[in-house]
Design a protein around this ligand. Structure first.
Ligand code: AP5
Length: 215
């Protein structure tokens, strides 16, 4: 069992790589962003509360996201967990360490996907996802098939996120550099950090991650 964190700014490719690891290694993806979007779609009170915060690109409170992760981590995952978009603050990192400890599990790797900020605008503004299965697409680098059907599940439901615009991206980046990037030093000091080139092609990034997991 291997538990890993994928870290990187918005658009670094965390979700894209997490989905591949789920397919290839039977791992379980825990994306707090997806959990919060599901809460919004379900119309729950919590979902309504976080909608504006997320659309503006600000961070949701630690209490809410730690609660979401705690709910999903009641049982271990055979292939291990991929934490995608969590932790984003020191309080979240401490909570994750405590949860893993309670379950008698370890954090095996923290993988930083290093990207150039200038590339992120193009990645974010060109992104869409499949409403049927969550497959991630990009208008230029990974377009939908000519028949408009998802290559994974056949759905034609193209979704674009409310926070995928330049204004919100600026706030998301600011939040990342102020509150999340200090965690890189925290995990480096713990000896768990590896850094890879997130600007490489999707299959090359897959190869870099495999190299770390199989080392
Ligand atoms: P979240 O959903 O986590 O968004 P994010 O961190 O901003 O990351 P993204 O999903 O935008 O990017 P990604 O790195 O997954 O990139 P992707 O693979 O899609 O969070 C959203 C919001 O929820 C936050 O702003 C906050 O409000 C709240 N939130 C969530 N977690 C929280 C927490 N822990 N605490 C507090 N608040 C929280 O790729 C992007 C695009 O690039 C795609 O189109 C893809 O096809 C393309 N692409 C990917 N890789 C490559 C490549 N190698 N080459 C070319 N194109 C590529």
């Amino acid at each position: 069992m291997t538990n890993i964190i994928l870290m990187g700014p918005p658009g670094a490719g965390k979700g894209t790589q997490a989905r591949h690891l789920v397919d290839q290694r039977n791992m379980v993806q825990l994306s707090t962003g997806d959990m919060l979007r599901d809460a919004q779609a379900s119309g729950s009170e919590m979902g309504k509360k976080v909608a504006t915060i997320m659309a503006e690109g600000k961070l949701v409170t630690d209490e809410v996201v730690i609660g979401l992760i705690r709910e999903k981590m009641t049982a271990g995952a055979d292939g291990g967990f991929i934490f995608d978009g969590f932790p984003r603050t020191l309080a979240q990192a401490d909570a994750l360490a405590a949860l893993l400890d309670e379950m008698g599990q370890t954090l095996d790797a923290v993988i930083e996907m290093e990207v150039d900020d200038a590339a992120l605008v193009a990645r974010i503004t060109g992104r869409s996802t499949c409403g049927g299965c969550g497959e991630v697409y990009h208008d230029e680098t990974k377009p939908w098939a000519a028949d408009g059907k998802c290559t994974n599940c056949g759905s034609t439901d193209v979704k674009r996120r409310a926070d995928d615009n330049e204004d919100s991206l600026k706030t998301r980046l600011m939040e990342y550099y102020k509150k999340t990037s200090p965690l890189l030093g925290y995990y480096y000091a713990k000896g768990s950090l590896s850094t890879i080139d997130g600007l490489a092609a999707i299959d090359q990034v897959q190869g870099s991650i495999a190299g770390i997991l199989d080392a």
